[in-house]
Design a protein around this ligand. Structure first.
Ligand SMILES: *[C@@H]1O[C@H](CO)[C@@H](O)[C@H](O)[C@H]1NC(C)=O
Ligand SMILES: *[C@@H]1O[C@H](CO)[C@@H](O)[C@H](O)[C@H]1NC(C)=O
Length: 349
Protein backbone atom coordinates (compact mmCIF):
# COMPACT_ATOMS: atom_id res chain seq x y z
CA UNK A 1 0.00 0.00 0.00
CA UNK A 2 1.07 3.51 -0.78
CA UNK A 3 -1.04 6.48 -0.06
CA UNK A 4 -2.05 10.02 -0.71
CA UNK A 5 1.12 11.51 0.73
CA UNK A 6 2.96 9.66 -1.95
CA UNK A 7 0.80 11.16 -4.69
CA UNK A 8 2.58 14.49 -4.68
CA UNK A 9 5.93 12.85 -4.54
CA UNK A 10 5.24 10.44 -7.33
CA UNK A 11 3.38 12.68 -9.75
CA UNK A 12 6.75 14.00 -10.86
CA UNK A 13 7.64 10.67 -12.42
CA UNK A 14 4.91 11.07 -15.00
CA UNK A 15 6.74 14.10 -16.29
CA UNK A 16 10.29 12.79 -16.05
CA UNK A 17 10.16 9.79 -18.28
CA UNK A 18 8.82 10.81 -21.66
CA UNK A 19 11.54 9.30 -23.76
CA UNK A 20 13.11 6.28 -22.14
CA UNK A 21 10.85 3.46 -23.35
CA UNK A 22 13.06 0.60 -24.35
CA UNK A 23 10.32 -1.89 -25.12
CA UNK A 24 7.54 -1.10 -27.55
CA UNK A 25 5.06 -3.16 -25.57
CA UNK A 26 4.74 -1.89 -22.04
CA UNK A 27 1.68 -3.96 -21.21
CA UNK A 28 1.79 -5.77 -17.90
CA UNK A 29 -0.07 -8.29 -15.81
CA UNK A 30 -0.98 -7.20 -12.31
CA UNK A 31 -0.90 -9.94 -9.68
CA UNK A 32 -1.38 -7.59 -6.73
CA UNK A 33 -4.52 -5.52 -7.05
CA UNK A 34 -7.61 -5.34 -4.93
CA UNK A 35 -11.36 -5.23 -5.25
CA UNK A 36 -13.76 -3.93 -2.63
CA UNK A 37 -17.32 -5.17 -3.17
CA UNK A 38 -20.03 -3.02 -1.52
CA UNK A 39 -21.01 -5.77 0.93
CA UNK A 40 -17.39 -6.23 2.02
CA UNK A 41 -16.98 -2.49 2.51
CA UNK A 42 -20.14 -2.43 4.65
CA UNK A 43 -18.85 -5.35 6.74
CA UNK A 44 -15.49 -3.62 7.29
CA UNK A 45 -17.26 -0.53 8.59
CA UNK A 46 -19.71 -2.52 10.71
CA UNK A 47 -17.02 -4.58 12.44
CA UNK A 48 -14.62 -1.74 13.19
CA UNK A 49 -12.34 -1.67 10.17
CA UNK A 50 -13.47 1.66 8.71
CA UNK A 51 -9.88 2.82 9.06
CA UNK A 52 -8.15 -0.43 8.16
CA UNK A 53 -4.66 -0.90 9.57
CA UNK A 54 -4.67 2.69 10.80
CA UNK A 55 -5.28 4.09 7.33
CA UNK A 56 -7.56 7.13 7.15
CA UNK A 57 -10.29 5.45 5.06
CA UNK A 58 -11.22 2.55 2.82
CA UNK A 59 -10.47 3.69 -0.73
CA UNK A 60 -13.18 3.93 -3.36
CA UNK A 61 -13.37 1.04 -5.82
CA UNK A 62 -15.57 0.01 -8.73
CA UNK A 63 -15.26 -2.30 -11.70
CA UNK A 64 -15.25 0.78 -13.95
CA UNK A 65 -12.52 2.56 -12.01
CA UNK A 66 -10.42 -0.61 -12.09
CA UNK A 67 -10.76 -0.96 -15.85
CA UNK A 68 -9.92 2.70 -16.22
CA UNK A 69 -6.68 2.51 -14.21
CA UNK A 70 -5.73 -0.60 -16.14
CA UNK A 71 -6.03 1.35 -19.35
CA UNK A 72 -4.01 4.28 -17.98
CA UNK A 73 -1.25 2.10 -16.53
CA UNK A 74 -0.96 -0.38 -19.45
CA UNK A 75 -2.28 -3.26 -17.35
CA UNK A 76 -3.71 -5.90 -19.67
CA UNK A 77 -4.92 -8.22 -16.92
CA UNK A 78 -5.51 -7.90 -13.17
CA UNK A 79 -5.67 -10.70 -10.66
CA UNK A 80 -7.89 -9.30 -7.93
CA UNK A 81 -7.79 -10.12 -4.23
CA UNK A 82 -9.23 -8.86 -0.96
CA UNK A 83 -6.64 -6.82 0.94
CA UNK A 84 -5.99 -6.57 4.68
CA UNK A 85 -7.70 -7.39 7.04
CA UNK A 86 -8.98 -10.25 4.85
CA UNK A 87 -12.40 -11.81 5.42
CA UNK A 88 -12.21 -13.17 8.97
CA UNK A 89 -13.18 -10.02 10.82
CA UNK A 90 -14.26 -11.10 14.31
CA UNK A 91 -12.08 -13.56 16.27
CA UNK A 92 -14.10 -16.72 16.89
CA UNK A 93 -16.95 -15.82 14.52
CA UNK A 94 -16.36 -18.40 11.80
CA UNK A 95 -19.93 -18.19 10.50
CA UNK A 96 -19.57 -14.52 9.66
CA UNK A 97 -16.19 -15.18 8.05
CA UNK A 98 -17.51 -18.03 5.92
CA UNK A 99 -20.44 -15.96 4.66
CA UNK A 100 -18.31 -12.94 3.88
CA UNK A 101 -15.64 -15.05 2.18
CA UNK A 102 -18.17 -16.80 -0.04
CA UNK A 103 -19.67 -13.45 -0.90
CA UNK A 104 -16.40 -11.80 -2.05
CA UNK A 105 -15.32 -14.93 -3.92
CA UNK A 106 -18.58 -15.07 -5.86
CA UNK A 107 -18.29 -11.38 -6.63
CA UNK A 108 -14.81 -11.91 -8.08
CA UNK A 109 -15.85 -15.03 -9.94
CA UNK A 110 -18.62 -13.08 -11.63
CA UNK A 111 -16.12 -10.43 -12.75
CA UNK A 112 -13.81 -13.09 -14.13
CA UNK A 113 -16.67 -14.82 -15.90
CA UNK A 114 -17.85 -11.64 -17.58
CA UNK A 115 -14.38 -10.24 -18.37
CA UNK A 116 -12.04 -13.25 -18.51
CA UNK A 117 -9.36 -11.41 -20.48
CA UNK A 118 -9.18 -8.55 -17.99
CA UNK A 119 -9.79 -10.19 -14.62
CA UNK A 120 -8.76 -13.21 -12.60
CA UNK A 121 -8.75 -13.57 -8.81
CA UNK A 122 -7.04 -15.00 -5.77
CA UNK A 123 -9.86 -16.44 -3.69
CA UNK A 124 -10.12 -15.49 -0.03
CA UNK A 125 -10.22 -18.11 2.73
CA UNK A 126 -11.81 -17.66 6.18
CA UNK A 127 -8.54 -18.46 8.03
CA UNK A 128 -7.87 -19.28 10.83
CA UNK A 129 -11.06 -21.37 10.45
CA UNK A 130 -9.53 -24.55 9.03
CA UNK A 131 -12.71 -26.45 8.25
CA UNK A 132 -14.27 -23.39 6.58
CA UNK A 133 -11.10 -22.77 4.59
CA UNK A 134 -10.96 -26.35 3.32
CA UNK A 135 -14.55 -26.09 2.11
CA UNK A 136 -14.01 -22.68 0.56
CA UNK A 137 -10.78 -23.53 -1.25
CA UNK A 138 -12.42 -26.54 -2.87
CA UNK A 139 -15.41 -24.47 -3.92
CA UNK A 140 -13.31 -21.54 -5.15
CA UNK A 141 -10.84 -23.64 -7.14
CA UNK A 142 -13.30 -26.23 -8.48
CA UNK A 143 -16.49 -24.23 -9.00
CA UNK A 144 -15.47 -20.59 -9.20
CA UNK A 145 -12.34 -21.01 -11.32
CA UNK A 146 -10.15 -19.02 -8.92
CA UNK A 147 -6.53 -18.60 -10.04
CA UNK A 148 -5.29 -19.42 -6.55
CA UNK A 149 -5.83 -18.11 -3.04
CA UNK A 150 -4.79 -15.07 -1.06
CA UNK A 151 -3.70 -15.47 2.55
CA UNK A 152 -2.88 -12.76 5.05
CA UNK A 153 0.48 -12.97 6.84
CA UNK A 154 -1.41 -13.85 10.02
CA UNK A 155 -5.00 -14.74 10.89
CA UNK A 156 -5.84 -13.30 14.32
CA UNK A 157 -2.29 -14.03 15.44
CA UNK A 158 -1.89 -17.42 13.76
CA UNK A 159 1.04 -16.98 11.41
CA UNK A 160 1.62 -18.83 8.15
CA UNK A 161 3.66 -21.90 9.01
CA UNK A 162 1.67 -22.63 12.18
CA UNK A 163 0.82 -26.31 12.47
CA UNK A 164 -2.86 -25.56 13.08
CA UNK A 165 -3.03 -24.39 9.45
CA UNK A 166 -1.34 -27.54 8.09
CA UNK A 167 -4.53 -29.20 6.78
CA UNK A 168 -5.26 -26.14 4.63
CA UNK A 169 -1.74 -25.83 3.27
CA UNK A 170 -1.46 -29.58 2.68
CA UNK A 171 -4.64 -29.46 0.61
CA UNK A 172 -3.44 -26.41 -1.32
CA UNK A 173 -0.19 -28.24 -1.95
CA UNK A 174 -2.00 -31.36 -3.14
CA UNK A 175 -3.71 -29.13 -5.69
CA UNK A 176 -0.45 -27.44 -6.82
CA UNK A 177 -2.10 -24.17 -5.80
CA UNK A 178 -0.82 -20.65 -6.12
CA UNK A 179 -0.78 -18.81 -2.81
CA UNK A 180 -0.55 -15.04 -2.78
CA UNK A 181 0.79 -13.80 0.57
CA UNK A 182 -0.50 -10.37 1.55
CA UNK A 183 0.53 -8.39 4.64
CA UNK A 184 -1.80 -7.41 7.44
CA UNK A 185 -1.18 -5.78 10.81
CA UNK A 186 0.77 -7.84 13.35
CA UNK A 187 -1.29 -9.50 16.03
CA UNK A 188 -0.71 -11.56 19.15
CA UNK A 189 -3.25 -14.33 19.46
CA UNK A 190 -4.16 -17.94 18.94
CA UNK A 191 -6.85 -17.30 16.34
CA UNK A 192 -9.68 -16.98 18.86
CA UNK A 193 -8.48 -14.60 21.53
CA UNK A 194 -6.28 -11.77 20.39
CA UNK A 195 -4.63 -8.65 21.61
CA UNK A 196 -3.44 -5.98 19.25
CA UNK A 197 0.28 -5.68 18.70
CA UNK A 198 0.76 -2.13 17.63
CA UNK A 199 4.08 -0.64 18.58
CA UNK A 200 4.45 2.88 17.19
CA UNK A 201 0.70 2.94 16.62
CA UNK A 202 0.95 6.51 15.40
CA UNK A 203 2.07 5.17 12.01
CA UNK A 204 -0.43 3.32 9.81
CA UNK A 205 0.40 -0.39 9.54
CA UNK A 206 1.44 -0.30 5.88
CA UNK A 207 4.25 2.18 6.57
CA UNK A 208 6.44 -0.15 8.64
CA UNK A 209 4.59 -3.13 10.04
CA UNK A 210 3.42 -4.63 6.73
CA UNK A 211 7.01 -5.27 5.72
CA UNK A 212 7.80 -6.78 9.11
CA UNK A 213 4.72 -8.98 9.16
CA UNK A 214 5.60 -10.26 5.69
CA UNK A 215 9.09 -11.08 6.95
CA UNK A 216 7.59 -12.70 10.08
CA UNK A 217 5.20 -14.92 8.13
CA UNK A 218 7.66 -16.03 5.45
CA UNK A 219 10.35 -16.59 8.11
CA UNK A 220 7.89 -18.75 10.06
CA UNK A 221 7.17 -20.83 6.96
CA UNK A 222 10.86 -21.68 6.84
CA UNK A 223 11.73 -21.79 10.57
CA UNK A 224 8.73 -23.95 11.47
CA UNK A 225 9.69 -26.43 8.76
CA UNK A 226 6.20 -26.17 7.22
CA UNK A 227 7.66 -25.23 3.86
CA UNK A 228 9.46 -28.58 3.57
CA UNK A 229 6.29 -30.49 2.81
CA UNK A 230 4.80 -27.82 0.55
CA UNK A 231 6.95 -28.58 -2.47
CA UNK A 232 4.15 -28.26 -5.04
CA UNK A 233 2.87 -24.88 -3.88
CA UNK A 234 3.75 -21.67 -5.70
CA UNK A 235 4.02 -18.63 -3.43
CA UNK A 236 3.73 -15.03 -4.57
CA UNK A 237 5.02 -12.67 -1.90
CA UNK A 238 3.90 -9.05 -1.81
CA UNK A 239 6.15 -5.99 -1.94
CA UNK A 240 9.35 -7.71 -3.07
CA UNK A 241 9.28 -9.82 0.08
CA UNK A 242 9.02 -6.87 2.49
CA UNK A 243 11.80 -7.14 5.05
CA UNK A 244 12.36 -10.85 4.45
CA UNK A 245 15.57 -11.09 2.46
CA UNK A 246 17.85 -9.30 4.96
CA UNK A 247 16.82 -11.96 7.51
CA UNK A 248 17.76 -15.05 5.53
CA UNK A 249 21.34 -15.44 6.79
CA UNK A 250 20.09 -14.88 10.31
CA UNK A 251 17.42 -17.58 10.06
CA UNK A 252 20.13 -20.01 9.04
CA UNK A 253 22.40 -18.88 11.88
CA UNK A 254 19.68 -19.51 14.45
CA UNK A 255 18.18 -22.61 12.84
CA UNK A 256 19.76 -25.12 15.28
CA UNK A 257 18.49 -23.07 18.21
CA UNK A 258 14.91 -23.31 16.95
CA UNK A 259 15.25 -27.05 16.30
CA UNK A 260 15.37 -26.82 12.55
CA UNK A 261 18.95 -27.84 11.75
CA UNK A 262 17.97 -28.79 8.20
CA UNK A 263 17.50 -25.17 7.30
CA UNK A 264 20.51 -24.00 5.33
CA UNK A 265 21.24 -21.04 3.13
CA UNK A 266 21.27 -23.41 0.16
CA UNK A 267 17.89 -24.93 1.01
CA UNK A 268 16.28 -21.51 1.39
CA UNK A 269 17.80 -20.28 -1.87
CA UNK A 270 16.72 -23.40 -3.73
CA UNK A 271 13.14 -23.18 -2.43
CA UNK A 272 12.83 -19.50 -3.26
CA UNK A 273 14.20 -20.01 -6.78
CA UNK A 274 11.83 -22.88 -7.45
CA UNK A 275 8.61 -21.92 -5.70
CA UNK A 276 8.55 -18.20 -4.93
CA UNK A 277 7.62 -15.14 -6.94
CA UNK A 278 7.86 -11.60 -5.61
CA UNK A 279 5.65 -8.75 -6.73
CA UNK A 280 6.95 -5.25 -7.30
CA UNK A 281 4.05 -3.39 -5.66
CA UNK A 282 5.06 -0.38 -3.61
CA UNK A 283 8.56 1.01 -3.59
CA UNK A 284 11.04 -1.68 -4.72
CA UNK A 285 12.86 0.96 -6.77
CA UNK A 286 15.37 2.38 -6.78
CA UNK A 287 16.91 0.38 -3.91
CA UNK A 288 14.90 -2.38 -2.22
CA UNK A 289 14.93 -4.72 -5.21
CA UNK A 290 18.72 -5.16 -5.08
CA UNK A 291 18.61 -7.15 -1.82
CA UNK A 292 16.10 -9.51 -3.37
CA UNK A 293 18.21 -9.87 -6.51
CA UNK A 294 20.89 -11.56 -4.39
CA UNK A 295 18.44 -14.49 -4.26
CA UNK A 296 16.43 -14.46 -7.48
CA UNK A 297 16.72 -13.20 -11.04
CA UNK A 298 14.20 -11.61 -13.40
CA UNK A 299 12.35 -14.89 -13.77
CA UNK A 300 10.92 -14.56 -10.23
CA UNK A 301 9.63 -10.99 -10.29
CA UNK A 302 6.10 -9.95 -11.23
CA UNK A 303 4.28 -6.66 -11.49
CA UNK A 304 1.83 -5.43 -8.84
CA UNK A 305 -0.07 -2.13 -8.69
CA UNK A 306 -1.74 -2.39 -5.26
CA UNK A 307 -4.68 -0.42 -6.68
CA UNK A 308 -6.86 1.07 -5.15
CA UNK A 309 -4.85 1.26 -1.90
CA UNK A 310 -2.26 2.87 -4.12
CA UNK A 311 -4.31 5.68 -5.68
CA UNK A 312 -4.64 6.29 -9.42
CA UNK A 313 -1.92 8.87 -9.86
CA UNK A 314 0.56 6.78 -7.87
CA UNK A 315 -0.25 3.66 -9.91
CA UNK A 316 0.61 5.48 -13.12
CA UNK A 317 3.55 7.29 -11.48
CA UNK A 318 5.03 4.07 -10.14
CA UNK A 319 4.30 2.40 -13.48
CA UNK A 320 6.35 5.06 -15.26
CA UNK A 321 9.08 4.66 -12.68
CA UNK A 322 9.13 0.93 -13.37
CA UNK A 323 9.44 1.65 -17.10
CA UNK A 324 12.40 3.83 -16.30
CA UNK A 325 14.12 1.59 -13.72
CA UNK A 326 13.57 -1.83 -15.22
CA UNK A 327 15.98 -1.37 -18.17
CA UNK A 328 18.63 -0.19 -15.71
CA UNK A 329 18.25 -3.24 -13.49
CA UNK A 330 17.66 -5.64 -16.41
CA UNK A 331 19.27 -4.35 -19.62
CA UNK A 332 18.04 -7.42 -21.47
CA UNK A 333 14.66 -6.77 -23.09
CA UNK A 334 13.69 -10.38 -22.62
CA UNK A 335 14.11 -9.98 -18.86
CA UNK A 336 11.98 -6.85 -18.89
CA UNK A 337 9.19 -8.70 -20.65
CA UNK A 338 9.43 -11.52 -18.15
CA UNK A 339 8.93 -9.14 -15.25
CA UNK A 340 6.10 -7.18 -16.87
CA UNK A 341 4.05 -10.14 -18.08
CA UNK A 342 5.71 -13.39 -19.15
CA UNK A 343 6.41 -14.69 -15.63
CA UNK A 344 2.80 -13.96 -14.67
CA UNK A 345 1.52 -15.64 -17.82
CA UNK A 346 3.59 -18.72 -17.10
CA UNK A 347 2.56 -18.92 -13.49
CA UNK A 348 -1.14 -18.51 -14.30
CA UNK A 349 -1.08 -21.36 -16.85
C1 LIG B 1 1.26 -21.79 16.55
O1 LIG B 1 0.25 -21.16 17.33
C2 LIG B 1 0.29 -21.51 18.71
C3 LIG B 1 -0.93 -20.89 19.38
O2 LIG B 1 -0.97 -19.50 19.18
C4 LIG B 1 1.60 -21.04 19.31
O3 LIG B 1 1.70 -21.40 20.66
C5 LIG B 1 2.76 -21.65 18.52
O4 LIG B 1 3.98 -21.14 19.00
C6 LIG B 1 2.61 -21.35 17.04
N1 LIG B 1 3.69 -22.00 16.29
C7 LIG B 1 4.18 -21.55 15.13
C8 LIG B 1 5.28 -22.32 14.52
O5 LIG B 1 3.74 -20.55 14.55
C1 LIG C 1 1.74 3.18 -21.26
O1 LIG C 1 2.05 3.00 -22.63
C2 LIG C 1 2.19 4.24 -23.32
C3 LIG C 1 2.38 3.90 -24.81
O2 LIG C 1 3.40 2.96 -25.00
C4 LIG C 1 3.38 5.01 -22.73
O3 LIG C 1 3.51 6.25 -23.37
C5 LIG C 1 3.13 5.23 -21.25
O4 LIG C 1 4.27 5.84 -20.67
C6 LIG C 1 2.86 3.92 -20.54
N1 LIG C 1 2.51 4.15 -19.15
C7 LIG C 1 2.83 3.28 -18.19
C8 LIG C 1 2.43 3.64 -16.79
O5 LIG C 1 3.42 2.24 -18.41
Amino acid sequence: MLFSLAVLLLSQFTRVNCTGDTSDDLSRIDLHSHFIPPSYRAALVKYGYGQPDGMPYIPAWSEESHLSIMKDANISKSILSVSSPGTHLVPGDDELARTLTRDVNEFAADLKKRLPDQFGFWASLPLPDVEGSLAELAYALDELDADGVVVMTNAHGVYLGNATLDPVFEELNRRNARVFIHPTSPCIGDGKTTQPASPLALYPGPVIEFFFDTARAVSNLFLSGAIQSLTSTTFIVSHAGGAFTPLIDRLVEFAPLVRNPDLTAESIRATIKKQFYFDLAGTPFPDQVYGLLRYVDASRLVYGSDYPFTPDSSVTGLGEELNHELPQVFPDQGDQKKVLRENAEALLK
